[in-house]
Design a protein around this ligand. Structure first.
Ligand SMILES: [Zn+2]
Length: 489
């Protein structure tokens, strides 16, 4: 008999989580609250990221930071406040961001001579400094990233997905040629895609944003888009080719190899704490979170089964196994708190999405084995204590790739293609997901489709650039691309 059934592993203690099918949005908020990922704060629209949620963000940060540095970028830190005059320098940029800006007008007891904004993004202040630092082609490329907080005034907020303040990294680069800037823009998009898929197990579609969805002030915006468990898309990261727009607004000029004075070509790119929301909504189920091992604060939880003199027998063995796993680089928690039953702990760590649970009781010790339960499939098996760390490591790898496969299968089964607007509308009304449909490129068609169905063009994937001879789904004019539509967060 397994120690699991002996300890009553079938008990449910998470009744407070609304089932996904009943109300996905409620389910999301329940998981965020119950798993102690975030909480509301006394400031409306601002969340507190709690330690467990922050630990997930730290994992994401580390994985990104390593890759950002490996591709030649360095980190720096720029000011939180930006003078109003800088925001006004790039016309499209100010138009795009002005409605969301928070202002600082007073310092101590005095009104400020020039109002300051809390950064909604930092292209402007990077622009000013790049103008100072870049003189010659020898100063290029300049490849700087910063980890920072951002404020964008939001009317409707949701933890991690849309909050007035959020955390992110923003890369800002300057290049000698248009080609290099474009190469950088796509290199970062690929980096983001790799992190989403290999680390978060969140499959994404990469492609180009339409004119109306691109970043304010960019020449081209590219995005990665993921599909959440309710069939809505989530923009998971963006990379912008800014052309010479900001270089001209901020006079970022350099002397070229031919001695002529030229404007630099710049890019910017970012991903945010929203990725935590993507993980929750891609993998979670009615019992709560399911975390991919690579971002799980605890990859393994050890639950001792308290029988007889367990503190003298079972507990030392649990500690020994914890130490072995830790030595193998596995993040492990041993929960030896005897104030809670094993059954309570099983539910608690399931709800918190810990990928693998190990149960160890007197019978397991007799058999020199441990009882392992996977969070993703709930599959259970007995594992010999001998060689346990290697077996656990490979199980975690299996879980990591199984989660990506499952998310891919979900996305594929929620992706359809149509050339009929009637069918398009019925898909969006029923079981939403991605819909590939031909589009003529007109902003009016895009806006009409959004008004009638709530679906937006998420992006135009690479390799789907042309759809010759096919009529636009909305106006029947010549389609120029196959765009990916979805209702989005
Ligand atoms: Zn059209």
């Amino acid at each position: 008999m397994s120690s699991s059934s002996a300890a009553g592993g079938g008990e449910t203690f998470v009744k407070e989580i609304t089932p996904q099918t009943e109300d996905f949005s409620r389910w999301y908020l329940d998981v965020v609250r119950k798993a102690e990922l975030a909480d509301y704060s006394p400031v409306k629209g601002f969340m507190v990221i709690r330690p467990y949620g922050y630990a997930i963000w730290e994992r994401i940060q580390q994985e990104l930071d390593t890759r950002i540095k490996a591709t030649g970028h360095v980190n720096a830190y720029f000011p939180l406040l930006i003078p109003e005059s800088l925001l006004l320098k790039e016309a499209e940029h100010v138009e795009g961001f002005a409605p969301q800006v928070a202002w600082v007008t007073r310092g101590g007891t005095e009104d400020l001579e020039e109002k300051l904004i809390i950064r909604p993004t930092s292209e402007t202040i990077f622009g000013v400094m790049y103008q100072k630092w870049i003189q010659s082609w020898r100063d290029l490329p300049l490849l700087i990233n910063q980890w920072a907080n951002i404020v964008r005034w939001e009317k409707v907020t949701r933890p991690f997905l849309r909050t007035t303040e959020f955390l992110w990294q923003e890369g800002h680069t300057a290049h000698e040629t248009a080609e290099e800037a474009q190469e950088e823009t796509l290199k970062i998009l690929a980096l983001y895609k790799e992190v989403c898929e290999a680390v978060l197990a969140v499959p994404v579609i990469d492609g180009q944003k339409t004119e109306s969805e691109k970043f304010a002030g960019a020449s081209k915006t590219y995005s990665i888009e993921a599909l959440m468990g309710d069939g809505r898309a989530l923009q998971a990261g963006t990379s912008h080719n800014l052309g010479q727009n900001f270089a001209k607004a901020f006079e970022i000029q350099f002397q070229g190899r031919d001695k002529t004075l030229q404007y630099a070509w710049t890019t910017s790119w970012g991903v945010t704490t929203r990725l935590v929301g993507a993980v929750i909504m891609t993998h979670g189920d009615d019992s709560g979170l399911i975390l991919p091992p690579k971002v799980a604060p605890w990859q393994v939880v050890i639950v001792p089964i308290p029988r007889g003199n367990w503190k003298e027998t079972v507990l030392p063995k649990c500690q020994e196994i914890r130490d072995q796993l830790q030595a193998a680089g596995i993040r492990v928690k041993l929960d030896a708190d005897d104030g809670n039953t094993p059954g309570w702990k099983f539910s608690e760590y399931e709800m918190r999405g810990v990928p693998l649970r190990l149960e160890i009781g007197p019978k397991d010790i007799e058999k020199s084995s441990v009882f392992a339960a996977r969070r993703d499939t709930r599959a259970k098996q007995s594992l010999p204590m001998d060689g346990l760390a290697a077996r656990v490591t490979s199980l975690l790898d299996e879980i990591q790739s199984a989660l990506l496969d499952r998310a891919r299968a979900f996305r594929d089964s929620h992706t359809s293609a149509t050339t009929s607007y009637e069918e398009f509308k019925s898909i969006m009304d029923g079981r939403p997901g991605f819909v590939q449909a031909p589009w003529c490129g007109s902003a009016k068609c895009e806006a009409d489709i959004k008004a009638e169905t709530q679906a937006t063009i998420r992006n135009i994937p690479f390799g789907f650039e042309k759809a010759p001879g096919v009529p636009c789904i909305k106006c029947n004019g010549d389609a120029i691309v196959t765009a990916w539509f979805a209702k989005a967060y």
